[in-house]
Design a protein around this ligand. Structure first.
Ligand code: PXL
Length: 274
């Protein structure tokens, strides 16, 4: 079983590949990586960060993988630094996804109602195209609004409309981070096309990297044979526990979630222990 995680390396800030590698490996599954860029920190709330785009490396990496005959059972794409990289990921899906493999897109583009630095409406349109090739997409509420072309934030009253619009892009959208009445919910469409949701108690605040922790755990759980609903439940519980811990342990939330100690209870549930 091989998972390919396509994402950036933010050296500090516990997101993207520095979340995907430890979490997917801990699930007991091989995690191969394709780094899209290397940054000194992620861009969320830091200024003065370095950013080296790695697009020029990717052709050579893919040519070598092709010569080895590599194929992946799951491909998870995350932060892509340019429209050119979106096009590259579409090509990687075509050439390197195993027959019957699963392509999962975390359309990393924004948070808190706004696009991240450097992202444009043209990028959003291209990202819609990438989502059309996916089995699952994992937008947060902001990304769901941009993809569905609906005003931020979605609420309990219109989230099902939002899901329906996302369904036009992809069979199984999973929207995270809808807050209502002290709860935070994940909304998703199951295999039969029915809308479902799962709730947790909300912890106020902005927690960088939560989406990456969720996406990494979700793909790890799927690869371990869990159903979509089980994978969402386990991953959302893991993120919620990590957020509760971070809220008390980490004064500066830009440094990401303290997910490490929460890996153990998460794995106990994944492995079926009591
Ligand atoms: O966690 C999302 C993310 C990933 N990668 C980079 C980011 C962000 C969010 O800000 O800046 C580089």
């Amino acid at each position: 079983m091989r998972i390919l995680a396509i994402n950036d390396v933010s050296c500090v800030g516990k997101c993207s590949l520095t979340a995907a590698l430890p979490i997917i490996s801990a699930c007991g599954v091989e995690c191969n990586v394709l780094p899209t860029a290397i940054l000194s920190t992620h861009t969320g709330g830091f200024s003065g960060y370095t950013f080296r785009d790695l697009t020029d490396e990717i052709d050579g990496i893919l040519a070598h993988w092709k010569s080895l005959g590599l194929k992946f059972d799951y491909i998870l794409s995350g932060y892509l630094g340019s429209i050119e990289q979106i096009e590259l990921v579409a090509r990687i899906r075509e050439e390197f996804l195993q027959e019957n493999g699963i392509f999962i897109v975390d359309p990393v583009m924004g948070d808190d109602g706004k696009l991240y630095a450097g992202f444009t409406p043209e990028y959003v349109e291209k990202m819609r195209g990438l989502c059309r090739g996916a089995q699952y997409i994992l937008p947060n509420l902001t990304e769901a609004c941009f993809l569905a072309d609906m005003p931020f934030p979605l609420t309990k009253d219109n989230v099902l409309d939002g899901l329906k619009r996302l369904n036009e892009l992809c069979p199984q959208p999973i929207v995270t981070g809808l807050t209502d009445n002290g709860n935070v919910s994940v909304y998703f469409t199951d295999k039969e096309g029915n809308a479902q949701s799962l709730d947790h108690e909300n912890v106020e605040g902005f927690f960088c990297g939560a989406g990456d922790v969720f996406a990494s755990a979700f793909v790890g759980c799927l690869a371990r044979g869990k159903s979509e609903r089980e994978a969402i439940q386990l991953s959302a519980d893991f993120v919620a526990a990590s957020i509760r811990r971070t809220a008390v342990e980490v004064p500066d939330k830009r440094y990401g979630l303290n997910f490490e100690m929460e890996i153990f209870p998460f794995l106990e549930k994944l492995n079926g222990a009591k």
